[in-house]
Design a protein around this ligand. Structure first.
Ligand SMILES: [Zn+2]
Length: 505
């Protein structure tokens, strides 16, 4: 029912991981060759060149992504409110509210929302993350007005009936058991997050701490709803066989009637201090069949970085761990035979700081000291010598190829633009991302490694197996092996969403 995934950069995830060989695939060759370097050198693609945006009088931001290849639309509403916006002591309320959003309004009581979407052959889903909560449907284009009406209704008329809210809390607690409590990798992820963020609410899991979830009430959910679920705090993304004029008309007649009810203002979370401690956490659990190792650094996101730094981190991640040509893969998997898997991910799309992750699965008999020493040596080599210009150029070519390919995926485009707008970004930032990547120099990549991949401030997580305890074991489901805790998704995902969630398994 649910999938866990680490937070990923919208662009990095979709462009570098979704369409490229999975970063953590052990021996997967590239799916298709990149276009010739000559093409990439002369043309820097733009992402979503025909995307437009406008605002309704009530403050709702609308993004239109025309895509006329099929008569379907992807309709998404993003609220600029996630778990990092929860009041202290109420962890899990953003996600609990997401569940309650399917429990009905006066006009559409009970499960009427989902029933109507199913009746027209649509797909729907929702997800909660640290920085946003989003709801979407994919339907035939003639039903766009219908789903807008449904979504606009629950934006303002949600009912908070304790009789339905209380049992739903049990569903959430069961979800917590499945995806975290019975999932050693996710539990380790929570400990790593707490160490990485001594002060910022990113330290708190999206699903919440069990002891706090247990105490949540319908009233808590309503308070969060009243504070954040107002049109001026939301972004509507419509991608598909529509144009801006049609979307504007439909949006005005549906969302235009929703009153602005609150003014959440700028999101100001407590920030993390600079720390120079080297931290390590370890979890031994008998459910662990395959030991794994991870190291994380807190680094700037595209929203907090100085110009060029986020882009340099993107290329650094690719150089170190992007697929079978990367340094870590060649060294640890191919040459030294120390690892069965190795990968790197840079999460750039956070509203506040992002994170840089190196993840590895040792081969049998290889201890973590040997593994981490080999990884350290590869980082040290980039810090000392930088990466050759041709290596950086190869990473750029890959990015351009993927930027072209992503245009073919309506849902991915909707998600990229939705994420950007829900975290305070701009359309232009997405559009020009390939150009900004292009401008990165090898020196900037070297500088990023030197500045950000220092041992000080890093957190290492080690997951190992423990001897059998003899107690009955409950195992988690879909999240087995997920290297970090992360956003929560529900229901079936249309093509284009799924890979984002499974890449880092
Ligand atoms: Zn859930």
């Amino acid at each position: 029912m649910t999938l866990a995934a680490p937070r990923r950069a919208a662009l990095a995830a979709v462009l570098l991981a979704l369409l490229a060989p999975p970063a953590f695939a052990a021996e997967t060759p590239p799916a298709s060759p990149p276009p010739s370097a000559a093409t990439a050198a002369t043309e820097t693609p733009k992402i979503g060149a025909n995307v437009s945006t406008f605002q309704l009088p009530n403050g709702l931001t609308v993004v239109v992504i025309p895509d006329h290849r099929a008569a379907v639309v992807t309709h998404m509403v993003w609220y600029k409110a996630g778990s990092a916006d929860e009041p202290p002591g109420k962890s899990g309320i953003a996600h609990y509210l997401e569940h309650l959003m399917f429990k009905g309004t006066k006009a559409n009581p009970g499960g009427a929302f989902s029933k109507k979407v199913a009746e027209i052959g649509g797909q729907e889903n929702a997800f909660t993350s640290w920085d946003y909560t989003a709801y979407y449907q994919r339907v035939a284009k003639e039903h766009l007005g219908l789903v807008m009406g449904l979504e606009a209704d629950r934006m303002q008329n949600l009912q908070f009936d304790p009789a339905t809210a209380a049992p739903e809390l049990k569903v959430v607690l069961e979800e917590r058991s499945m995806r975290t409590d019975n999932e050693p990798s996710a539990r380790l992820g929570e400990a790593v997050d707490a160490a990485l963020h001594p002060n910022h609410p990113y330290r708190i899991p999206v699903i919440g701490w069990r002891s706090e979830i247990e105490k949540l009430t319908a009233q808590d959910a309503k308070a969060f709803y009243d504070r954040f679920y107002t049109p001026n705090n939301a972004v509507l993304v419509v991608a598909g066989d529509v144009d801006e004029v049609a979307v504007r008309d439909l949006a005005l007649s549906n969302y235009g009637r929703v009153q602005k009810r609150a003014d959440p203002g700028k999101r100001m979370r407590p920030q993390d201090p600079e720390i120079d401690v080297v931290q390590s956490v370890r979890l031994a659990d008998e459910r662990v069949a395959q030991p794994s190792w991870r190291r994380l650094w807190r680094v700037p996101s595209s929203h907090t970085a100085e110009p060029g730094v986020s882009e340099a981190l993107e290329l650094l991640a690719d150089t170190l761990g992007g697929g079978s040509t990367s340094r870590l893969y060649r060294s640890l998997v191919v040459e030294k035979g120390l690892a069965a898997q190795v990968g790197v991910s840079y999460q750039s799309d956070a509203l506040d700081d992002g994170r840089f992750l190196i993840y590895a699965v040792p081969r049998d008999g290889v201890d973590f000291d040997k593994l981490s020493a080999a990884i350290d040596a590869e980082i040290a080599a980039v810090v000392r010598d930088g990466a050759p210009a041709e290596e950086i150029a190869r990473s750029k070519t890959k990015v351009y190829a993927e930027a072209i390919k992503v245009q073919d995926n309506q849902a991915s485009l909707a998600r990229i633009f939705g994420t950007e707008m829900a975290t305070g970004g701009e359309i232009e930032r997405v559009r020009d991302w390939p150009a900004r990547i292009r401008a990165v120099t090898p020196d900037q990549v070297k500088a990023a490694a030197t500045r950000w991949l220092r041992p000080e401030g890093s957190v290492t997580g080690e997951l190992v197996s423990a001897p059998p305890s003899g107690k009955p074991l409950t195992r988690g489901g879909a999240t087995l092996g997920a290297p970090m805790s992360g956003p929560i998704r529900h229901g079936e995902a249309p093509a284009g969403f799924e890979p984002l969630e499974t890449t880092l398994k």
